[in-house]
Design a protein. Structure first.
Lengths: 601, 347
């Protein structure tokens, strides 16, 4: 008995000395940086992996834009790198479709899902709710490593002889189910499906952890209505993911069965390359339901974290509370619910019962109401503020602008009458790139610029940030705005050469223009990447714990928080996070008790 | 060599930008971060305003550039509805777009940081929030109402006198079947598909309705002013019948037949005059990713007068006779009348 007591005391002493020396326990390189269970390190792992994937996915888009802008020109360098895929310097159709498929998959799943919510849910949730780590740091670590393995499998598919999957990121069967249909439908598609299955496991492990942490591990006084909006956004994101990703998993597994075990879930009445297949009774439409039951919530899985972070960043940099906190929360909730009820608007022309279509028109356009509320609330947040244009604030403003532009075109596509004409045209490409792709990317970049000092204890270079912002927003609009016109003219998506068509051939100059702009924007992203990696090691050091004058808890931690985040006790929370400019005070941190003379709101 | 040069220039360009940024940080260090921050705040506020102004001019310019290249007059009855819905939506969303973008960038400029201003503590206002919940809700209800009304008109049942044409998509082309004089498409079964035996859609020859069906590839003929119902299918993977001038589209799904109907308003000849393009032709584009030849999966439609159409049909031999040249149609009818049909049959 006495022996154990001694040991305990010795342990406690040991721990105290460590707290004084490093603020956390000694860790080996591997447990600190590789198989880390610290939520901050895992967040950084997601972010850096996301950046690597973004470069790969972005590069693919530049390559296929070359084909779109210059269908008759040859680029010998492509043959040097890609061999038979770019025979004679000309991108082969199979390769083109592989590039499009990989670009979509990588950007949607690896960058804007894992890279965005993986990064910021991990970094922000424990720091902003006042927890030492996630509910299960081990599952959290597994979440990253499943994502990593999913990436390895996806990357390996690029190197197999028949090439990566090429059925589009939606992977519709029967095309994706039939090996006979083309090279991209061979082993590449199996690898794609396996990679997605691993990715879904990663996403579920992460999501369950985020939900549990937010619900159970909030610090004293941090009621749900005192949570900063990014946390609410991550919460709804995680709920969406946990409920919808398993449906995609089932869809993917049935597709693997159809491909490899001779089942007929999606297959019926097929004659391909003169071969009559035995399958009867399957439904190709079933897959579309399963896919879009994830696929549409996925859009909000990508968007909500960006919305949450933008709300926070706009409020901090306007030195003003977010306008309508409860309305922001309510609209997040409404979007999360409606996200599950609109999936069939991707299938208006798939031969759905027209009555079902009309129900989905109603539900789809309903989602514009909470979206509109959010936009008006952001506008009111900056109205009569005292705005500091940090790079993060600029990206947040850019997000709002892009969200308006892309959201409004959604009203066209959500209306089945107009969708009959615009479905699967370049209009759709323009719409979702602006509202989901670029806008979310802006939210993510705003988050990186805003929380970089917390992540690395150093600042990013501001000038590079400004150049990055201006080139990116101008380039994004120049790339995607004119694409709407191609779509209105009915130019279908995924057409790699339009010269054979009488009615789609009038945009040659525009395609060249878009290609050039997209290359400039791609190169401009390296300004950010250089800034990011340079500043990790050489950036200006952060010398104050709260550089932005923000209220939330992450700025009460040490400048370089160790494992466990706070050195002493976790601070107690006494108020909501948006008391900026109240009673003549610049900002009032959440940890400050409400004064007796303080005005109520 | 050229690539090397371009890469070198790009790297150099990035290095230069990086050095300028480093230098600006040193300058800021000397002049004080607070001053540097305030100055860049002013510059960025101005740039936001400039972006708004140039952006709106750009929107106008872009429209001038492309407005004649997009939508000609819709060439079907449904197309008129689609275009009307489109322009109503465009009108509403354009107003919202301009107002909100101006508000966003103007507020950003006007309320840039200044030592003389204190931010206005304004956490919520229930009246305002109610207003901008209700107004979008009403506007959207109107759009939903119109949308669904038109949608049911477009997807509703085809008129009784509509002619029927079967459209079949395959990697990478289109096939069409006309029902012939009886107006009925004969039964088919996919396992009977055999192009070598002149049975490209798998018609069941036992079904007498098949005996007058006409099969053609790549070019569909329609009659101006006459409703047509397309019965759409696919042989291998999902395709989509995209008819840009008629503003219509429906997927072609193997195993699940779909339909759409419309009335062409102008003959191909009339469209040549309207568009001023002597090479004008109605095109069928595949709008659903269907493999490596997706981008080239093109069919054409000839819209013509009833007389021209009748003459065209008369020039075609029914597929039954192409496949069974030895058979006399009249005698064959007698033989197969009693023959039972086997297997699952898809009409």
């Amino acid at each position: 008995m006495s022996e154990t007591t001694t040991v305990h005391i010795a342990d406690a002493k040991h721990a105290t000395t460590h707290h004084e020396e490093h603020g956390h326990h000694q860790q080996s390189f591997i447990s600190k940086y590789i198989f880390s269970m610290d939520h901050k390190t895992i967040g950084k792992q997601f972010l850096i992996t996301g950046i690597v994937w973004a470069v790969i996915g972005g590069l693919f888009s530049v390559i296929f834009r070359l084909q779109l802008g210059y269908p008759d020109t040859t680029f010998p360098i492509l043959e040097t790198f890609f061999g038979k895929w770019a025979k004679g310097g000309q991108i082969q159709p199979e390769f083109y479709y592989s590039l499009v498929t990989m670009h979509g998959t990588i950007l949607v799943f690896f960058v804007l899902t894992a890279g965005l919510s993986g990064t910021f849910a991990n970094i922000l949730i424990p720091l902003q709710i006042g927890a030492r780590d996630m509910a299960s740091p081990f599952l959290n670590m597994l979440s990253y490593w499943f994502f990593f393995i999913a990436g390895i499998v996806m990357a390996s598919s690029i190197f197999v002889q028949t090439g990566p999957a090429s059925s589009g990121w939606t992977m519709y069967p029967p095309l994706s189910a039939l090996r006979q249909a083309g090279d991209g439908q061979k082993i590449g598609t199996d690898l794609w499906l396996i990679s997605m299955a691993l990715f879904i496991i990663s996403s579920l492990l992460g999501g369950l952890n985020y939900i549990t942490t937010i619900l159970n591990m909030r610090t004293k006084g941090m009621s749900m209505t005192r949570l900063p909006l990014p946390i609410w956004a991550m919460f709804f994101t995680a709920v969406l993911g946990v409920l919808s990703f398993p449906v995609l998993l089932s869809g993917a597994i049935l597709l693997l069965f159809d491909r490899n075990l001779g089942t007929s879930f999606y297959l019926s009445d097929i004659v391909i390359n003169g071969e009559i297949l035995p399958n009867e009774g399957g439904s190709a439409i079933l897959y579309q339901h399963l896919f879009w039951f994830l696929g549409h919530p996925e859009v909000y899985i990508i968007l909500l974290p960006a919305m949450g972070m933008v709300s926070e960043i706009l409020s901090v940099n306007s030195r003003k509370p977010i306008f309508g906190y409860m309305a922001m929360l309510g609209s997040l909730f409404a979007i999360a619910i409606l996200a599950f009820l609109v999936w069939a608007h991707h299938m208006f022309v798939a031969g759905l019962n027209p009555f079902l279509g009309s129900v989905f028109v109603l539900l789809t356009l309903l989602i514009a109401v909470p979206s509109a509320i959010k936009v008006f609330n952001w506008l009111t947040t900056i109205w009569r503020g005292n705005i500091r244009f940090t790079p993060a604030a600029l990206f947040a403003i850019g997000f709002v602008s892009l969200f308006i532009s892309g959201g409004l075109t959604g009203i066209f596509l959500g209306n089945s009458t107009i969708d009959i004409h615009l479905h699967d045209t370049m209009f759709v490409v323009a719409h979702f790139h602006i509202v989901m792709g670029v806008a979310s990317m802006f939210g993510m970049l705003a988050g990186v610029y805003h929380w970089f000092p917390k992540m690395y204890g150093r600042y990013l270079n501001n000038t590079l940030g400004y150049i990055h912002f201006w080139v990116t927003i101008v380039g994004a609009y120049l790339t995607f705005w004119p694409m709407h016109y191609q779509g209105l003219a009915g130019v279908p998506r995924r057409y790699l050469d339009k010269s054979g068509w009488v009615n789609f051939n009038q945009f040659g100059e525009l395609d060249k223009f878009i290609t050039v702009v997209s290359m400039i924007v791609f190169v401009a992203q390296f300004i950010f990447i250089i800034n990011f990696f340079y500043s990790i090691y050489k950036g200006r050091k952060v010398r104050t714990a709260n550089p932005w004058g923000a209220n939330t808890l992450e700025w009460t931690t040490p400048i370089n928080p160790g494992h466990g985040n706070w050195e002493g006790d976790i601070p107690e929370v006494h108020r909501w996070p948006y008391d900026y400019g109240k009673d003549g005070r610049e900002f009032i941190p959440q940890t400050e008790p409400v004064g007796a003379s303080e005005s109520k709101h | 060599m050229q690539t090397l040069l371009i890469s070198a220039i790009l790297v150099l360009f990035l290095v230069v930008i990086f050095q300028i940024a480093k230098a600006s940080e040193y300058v800021a260090m000397i002049r004080g971060y607070e001053n540097a921050r305030k100055q860049s705040n002013k510059i960025n506020a101005f740039l936001l305003l400039a972006f708004l102004a140039i952006g709106l001019i750009g929107v106008y310019y872009c429209n001038e550039l492309f407005k004649d290249k997009i939508l000609g007059e819709p060439a079907s009855n449904h197309g008129v509805l689609v275009d009307r819905m489109l322009y109503v939506t465009l009108g509403i969303t354009f107003v919202v777009f301009v107002v909100t973008q101006i508000a966003l960038f103007w507020f950003a400029y006007k309320y840039q940081e200044s030592d003389n201003r204190k931010a206005f503590y304004y956490p919520h206002n229930n009246t305002l929030e109610l207003i901008w919940t209700v107004i979008p809700a009403i506007t959207l209800s109107v759009l939903v109402g119109f949308g669904i009304f038109y949608w049911f008109k477009i997807t509703g049942p085809a008129p009784r006198d509509a002619m029927v044409v079967e459209v079949v998509g395959k990697q990478y082309g289109w096939e069409f079947r006309y029902p012939g004089a009886d107006g009925i498409l004969g039964k088919k079964y996919f396992k009977k598909i055999n192009p070598a035996n002149n049975n490209p859609v798998g018609q069941l020859w036992e079904d007498p309705a098949n005996h007058d069906d006409v099969f053609v590839e790549q070019e569909m003929h329609l009659v101006v002013g006459k409703p047509v119902q397309l019965v759409i299918g696919a042989k291998d993977v999902i395709h989509s019948v995209g008819l840009v001038h008629f503003r219509l589209k429906t997927d072609a799904v193997p195993g699940t037949p779909t339909t759409m109907w419309f009335t062409p308003k102008f003959t191909t000849k009339e469209m040549k005059e309207k568009t001023g393009n002597p090479d004008f032709v109605y095109e069928i584009s595949c709008d659903q990713m269907c493999g490596k030849g997706h981008w080239s999966m093109r069919g054409t439609i000839v819209v013509e007068t009833q007389e021209e159409f009748d003459a065209w049909v008369a020039s075609k031999t029914p597929q039954y006779l192409v496949a069974n040249p030895d058979k006399d149609p009249a005698r064959q009818m007698e033989n197969t009348d009693a023959a039972p049909l086997t297997g699952a049959i898809i009409r």
